[in-house]
Design a protein around this ligand. Structure first.
Ligand SMILES: [Mg+2]
Length: 139
């Protein structure tokens, strides 16, 4: 769910939107009480992703992924400096995830999952094995 969808969720229920992060919407009830609700996770819409890549083009969508990656890098930098809150960072993460999902359509889920499986195994070994992160060769 995007920030805009969270705002719409509140407007549809005559609630005042306060913030959105970590999958929760924080809002004000008509009685003035501040409340929080969990948001249902968003399921991947493969048909939409395939149509987007087909209509907009693989190279265009990969370039859009580059742009979103740049925006996420900037947002992480700003978040780490305390200049933006978690909801702004969440919006950029959502943008990146949508572009990653389209990139998966372009190169194929199986190819990505093969690499992901290996890299998650390596991460598990680092976390459980007590291997120092500094000594691990990246990528
Ligand atoms: Mg963005």
């Amino acid at each position: 769910m995007t920030r805009e969808a969270a705002v719409k969720w509140c407007l549809d229920r005559s609630l005042i939107f306060v913030d959105f992060f970590n999958g929760s919407i924080i809002y004000v009830r008509p009685n003035g009480q501040i409340a929080q609700t969990e948001v249902q996770s968003v399921t991947r819409d493969d048909a939409l992703l395939r149509e987007a890549v087909s209509k907009l083009g693989s190279i265009n969508q990969l370039r859009q992924a580059q742009e979103e990656a740049g925006e996420l890098i900037a947002a992480i930098n700003q978040y780490s400096r305390g200049r933006i809150g978690p909801s702004v960072l969440a919006e950029e993460i959502a943008d990146m995830e949508i572009m990653i999902e389209q990139a998966r359509v372009i190169v194929g889920d199986a190819a990505v999952d093969e690499h992901k499986k290996f890299k998650l195994q390596r991460l598990r070994a680092m976390v459980e094995g007590g291997v120092g992160f500094d000594g691990v060769q990246g990528a």
